[in-house]
Design a protein around this ligand. Structure first.
Ligand SMILES: Cc1cc2nc3c(=O)[nH]c(=O)nc-3n(C[C@H](O)[C@H](O)[C@H](O)COP(=O)(O)OP(=O)(O)OC[C@H]3O[C@@H](n4cnc5c(N)ncnc54)[C@H](O)[C@@H]3O)c2cc1C
Length: 315
């Protein structure tokens, strides 16, 4: 690695979802000259959804991809340097911090803000992908409202699935919960809540064969693996709640994470175990997972980074 190949930047932001762009806006306005790499999904998770109705400031709602273009424009207007590229490796063992881009060039940074988000896990059905955003969703809090008074289905058996089923049960007429085994993984308390909810119907030993509908979800076809029978259930919404995968693999060697790969931050801050490295958004949050909370923590990360640089005499 020759020295000529290394670009030096003040603050490097990895990821271009609500967390990354918000960090960029704050860092740029604090004259921290942030450089942001967008990664494989410029704009982040909201670029794969349609209507966003719960982000404050858009009283009529806004399409997810359009909203993220606005985030980007605002970051650019403030002076952030937004670039295509993927962080492929990091070396946080010494100062300055080092990040490799696209497996070809290294960048040195005084501070790094990790905003690489998380990816929802899907069943892998063609119909699930085709109808994503048209009745198929991985987020009950985000999309449940669109199915008020209607019948929906949810797949999953963990605590999150139970929580999301209960959330939907307060909005929807009936929630059909599809559970692969003859029991749930969710805690006893959550299971009891689900089983006692009058409008949640659990289908044990069942897998989703297909999501049915031409342009929007109209039904699902279930396969009961115990009785080897199939049945169709008419629903308007299909929620997949089988987990999320934080995009944190490249940081594993240096950054403390929980057993599922979520980055650990010091509570009330975005500080990681490495001074100068901060984490914001879904990559460090398995509880809320919302655009507004991601944006909020992106702001926190920029402020934490600014204070770090000042305290280290690097500002
Ligand atoms: C279908 C769907 C609908 C949703 N609807 C809503 C909604 O209506 N309202 C709401 O509030 N929330 C909604 N959410 C949740 C919301 O999208 C997330 O909470 C939010 O996007 C998280 O923001 P983030 O910035 O942490 O990360 P993400 O949006 O996940 O963005 C991560 C970014 O990191 C980049 N990245 C990853 N790895 C690398 C790397 N190695 N190098 C460089 N860049 C990298 C990606 O390219 C991406 O730009 C929805 C989510 C989904 C999946």
């Amino acid at each position: 690695m020759s020295n000529e190949a290394i670009e030096k930047v003040h603050v490097l932001i990895i990821g271009s979802g609500p967390a990354g762009y918000t960090a960029a806006i704050y860092a740029a306005r604090a004259n921290m000259k942030p450089v942001l790499y967008q990664g494989i999904q410029p704009g982040g998770q909201l670029t794969i959804t349609t209507e966003v109705e719960n982000y404050p400031g858009y009283p009529d709602g806004i399409q997810g991809p359009e909203m993220m273009i606005e985030f980007e424009k605002q970051a650019v207007r403030m002076g952030a340097d937004i670039r295509y590229g993927i962080a492929s490796k990091v070396d946080f063992s010494k100062r300055p911090l080092r990040v490799e881009i696209d497996e070809e060039k290294w960048i040195e940074a005084d501070s790094v803000i990790i905003c690489t988000g998380a990816s929802a896990k899907w069943l892998g059905l063609e119909s699930e992908q085709r109808l994503n955003g048209f009745g198929v969703s991985a987020c009950a809090v985000c999309d449940g409202f669109f199915f008020k008074g209607k019948e929906v289905a949810i797949v999953g058996a963990g605590d999150t699935a139970a929580e999301e089923a209960l959330y939907l049960s307060k909005l929807c007429s009936t929630v059909h919960m599809v559970v692969r085994k003859d029991q749930m993984r969710a805690s006893k308390v959550m299971q009891n809540r689900v089983l006692n909810a009058p409008n949640i119907k659990v289908y044990w030993n069942s897998v989703t064969d297909e999501v049915l509908g031409e342009h929007k979800v109209e039904a699902i076809r279930l396969h009961n693996t115990h009785t080897n029978t199939k049945q169709e259930i008419p629903v308007s919404g299909f929620f997949v709640a089988i987990g999320h995968e934080p995009n944190s693999g490249i940081f594993k060697e240096f950054i403390d994470m929980d057993e599922t790969g979520y980055i650990k931050t010091i509570p009330g801050t975005t500080k990681t175990n490495i001074p100068g490295v901060f984490a914001a958004g879904d990559v460090q949050d398995k509880n809320y997972r919302q655009a507004v909370t991601a944006a909020g923590s992106g702001c926190m990360a920029a402020l934490d980074s600014e204070r770090y640089l000042t305290s280290e005499g690097l500002a």
